[in-house]
Design a binder for this molecule. Structure first.
Ligand SMILES: *[C@@H]1O[C@H](CO)[C@@H](O)[C@H](O)[C@H]1NC(C)=O
Ligand SMILES: *[C@@H]1O[C@H](CO)[C@@H](O)[C@H](O)[C@H]1NC(C)=O
Ligand SMILES: *[C@@H]1O[C@H](CO)[C@@H](O)[C@H](O)[C@H]1NC(C)=O
Ligand SMILES: *[C@@H]1O[C@H](CO)[C@@H](O)[C@H](O)[C@H]1NC(C)=O
Ligand SMILES: *[C@@H]1O[C@H](CO)[C@@H](O)[C@H](O)[C@H]1NC(C)=O
Length: 461
């Protein structure tokens, strides 16, 4: 037999212990030592309770002969054992010298009896451990032990949605074999360590949903193999990337809800593989017209809402043929939206609301019909749509029909104007700030003047 490696889930038990013949040939396949077996039992009892006697392991699909290489604790499967309420890390855990993967899911859940990750002994697992995962453990509090820095073989460190606090230890940057580092959804504070710039093999770096602050370490721009980079929902500030950033393989960059400033810069436009660029809710500023969007041909999602953009919407955006979502809402954009945007073959959401766009919207009725509420242009006081050109049920939500005079702003539009009666009412709609009040506004309006009810129902329902 060329390889006698086998992997079996002990699913009768559903602690999810995986056994794996470690040996590279049959002769070397050594039985698990009695001591290690005892350590395993004790370690597991620490998590599920002392009542557990391992009887569920028999008949042991691993024949009781093989080392434990993966231990998954928690309700991974429907019939898994729950963790005990007085769950504890026993020192025996660190005697499982063949452990490659250690996972805890929804195990430390009691907020009244919170628990911390043991601080020492991790170096004992340094020879084998390749993956650590703590996921959805709200009762797991305290800091990340600095001794994680000894786990030189670690390829994946996932600390997702726990109650961890404090600074991210600098020596995580020593784990240069990491290809996945996820610290999202905890309460980490302080800066992102400069040492992260040494994690050159990273494919996924997710630090989202914490309270990280300060500037981005320059070194992050050199993580050339990164595919996904998520910093969203922190308090990070300063420029996004320096000139030397080289993230050519990045497909996702999400920095939503931070305090980044200094405009959209060239390094981002050099990330030619980007499919999702989400920058919304940052005081970035800058003139969107100045940028060469053609270099981002892979973009599928472009979210630039609420980033303080000024200038007009560049027609060049209509060259991003894969675009499905374009969010430009809540900026200071001016001018008339380029009708060519409607030619984007895959576009299914376009948000231009909350700007200072002016003139006549020149998209076709078919376009509005296709987009429905996923076309947003409300809260642009100087923007209107040409009424004569479409049925009202397809009219863009929250945009007023053009009055006779409005076309003067845009002599090239060629838009047909509707009749005067509607203009009277539409003016009324706009002046009540209808769009921002949504349906409640509608009800109010109906109470104010029943004579225009029919019109409004046509418009918005
Ligand atoms: C182990 O525990 C199971 C269930 O809790 C019980 O039925 C069984 O008798 C125990 N076996 C031993 C050897 O204690
Ligand atoms: C981690 O790297 C730093 C240098 O960046 C070094 O001083 C430290 O001893 C290393 N720590 C471990 C645990 O290897
Ligand atoms: C980027 O991706 C290409 C294609 O998948 C790959 O060949 C290359 O090694 C990657 N670059 C880095 C720095 O990882
Ligand atoms: C909106 O645009 C108009 C005309 O271009 C200009 O007069 C006005 O000051 C702008 N308003 C804001 C809030 O920028
Ligand atoms: C607006 O409505 C009033 C009556 O409410 C009417 O006298 C006036 O001619 C209307 N204006 C236009 C432009 O239709």
């Amino acid at each position: 037999m060329r390889s006698n490696r086998f992997t079996l889930a002990v699913c009768i038990l559903c602690l999810g212990i995986w056994c794996c013949g470690q040996a590279y040939n049959t002769e070397e396949a050594a039985p698990m030592e009695k001591a290690e077996q005892a350590a395993l039992y004790s370690a597991i009892q620490g998590f599920v309770g002392n009542w557990w006697n391992g009887s569920d392991l028999y008949p042991d699909p691993c024949g009781g002969l093989w080392y434990i290489t993966a231990l998954s604790i928690g309700p991974f499967y429907e019939n898994s054992l729950a963790c005990a309420t007085n769950v504890e890390f026993r020192p025996q855990l660190f005697q499982l010298k063949h452990l490659k993967s250690l996972s805890f899911f929804n195990c430390f859940i009691s907020l009244r009896h919170p628990i911390t990750i043991p601080g020492d002994k991790w170096e004992k697992l340094a020879g084998s451990l390749q993956s650590i995962e703590f996921r959805s453990n709200p009762g797991l509090i305290g800091q990340v032990p600095t001794s994680f820095g000894y786990l030189k073989k670690l390829q994946s460190l996932v600390l997702l949605e726990n109650g961890l606090t404090g600074q991210v230890p600098t020596n995580i940057g020593n784990l240069t074999n990491l290809n996945r580092l996820v610290l999202a959804g905890n309460r980490f504070t302080g800066r992102i360590p400069d040492s992260f710039g040494r994690l050159k093999k990273l494919l996924i770096l997710d630090l989202s949903r914490n309270s990280l602050s300060g500037h981005l370490p320059l070194g992050l721009g050199g993580l050339a193999s990164l595919l996904k980079f998520d910093l969203s929902n922190n308090q990070l500030k300063g420029k996004l990337f320096a000139r030397n950033a080289y993230l050519k393989n990045l497909t996702l960059l999400d920095v939503r809800n931070n305090k980044f400033s200094g405009g959209l810069n060239q390094p981002i436009l050099d990330m030619h593989s980007l499919e999702e660029l989400m920058l919304s809710c940052n005081p970035l500023g800058g003139d969107i017209m100045r940028l060469d969007w053609q270099s981002l041909q892979s973009l599928v999602v472009l979210d630039l809402s609420n980033v303080g953009l000024k200038g007009e919407i560049p027609e060049s955006l209509s060259g991003l043929k894969r675009l499905r979502y374009l969010g430009l809402g809540n900026n200071n954009l001016a001018g008339n939206p380029p009708p060519k945007l409607a030619s984007l073959p895959n576009l299914n959401a376009l948000y231009l609301n909350g700007n200072n766009l002016t003139g006549v919207l020149k998209f076709s009725e078919i376009f509005y019909g296709k987009m429905g509420k996923r076309f947003g242009a409300w809260n642009n006081p100087e923007l209107c749509y040409p009424i004569g050109s479409m049925t009202r049920r397809n009219a863009p939500y929250g945009v007023k029909p053009c009055q006779r005079g409005v076309t003067l702003l845009d002599p090239n539009s060629g838009a047909k104007l509707g009749d005067g009666n509607l203009n009277n009412n539409s003016h009324f709609v706009a002046s009540l700030g209808f769009s921002s009040n949504g349906i409640h506004g509608l009800r109010q309006l109906i109470l104010v003047d029943t004579s225009i009810t029919v019109l409004l129902l046509n418009l918005f329902l």
